[in-house]
Design a protein around this ligand. Structure first.
Ligand SMILES: [Zn+2]
Length: 120
């Protein structure tokens, strides 16, 4: 299967956009590390620990050419930023014994909606 390599330049654009949004939204209490590594099931991902306010935001190295979309660093950065932005809400909701699936689906829908918006 042919693959598209996510370049260092694309990765830099991805990281810069996430950092710009972190600044814009004032999420300075988070410790965020970036990784350019092969991810499992997505072109990018955000893993977080709310108790420690720590997150790892990753961009994949290879994208299958048959995937629905090529790696778009800005869109992926906005999507993963949204996961960081909503992390606490997601965690709190899960802790309070609400339906975790409902909350996660809601968060995913919000992330996708936000991904499509343009922030000047
Ligand atoms: Zn997502």
């Amino acid at each position: 299967m042919k693959q598209h390599r996510v370049t260092k330049a694309e990765y830099r654009v991805f990281c810069d956009e996430v950092r710009r949004l972190i600044d814009l939204f004032g999420l300075m209490d988070w410790s965020v590390r970036f990784e350019h590594c092969q991810t499992d099931n997505a072109e990018a991902q955000c893993d977080f620990c709310v108790e420690n306010n720590a997150a790892v935001i990753s961009a994949t190295v290879f994208v299958d050419e048959n995937a629905d979309q090529n790696f778009d660093p800005i869109c992926h950065a906005r999507h993963e930023f949204c996961h960081l932005w909503l992390a606490r809400l997601e965690w709190l909701a899960t802790c309070r014994y609400l339906s975790g699936e409902e909350i996660t689906e809601c968060v995913e829908r919000m992330c996708t909606q936000f991904e499509k918006r343009t922030i000047a």
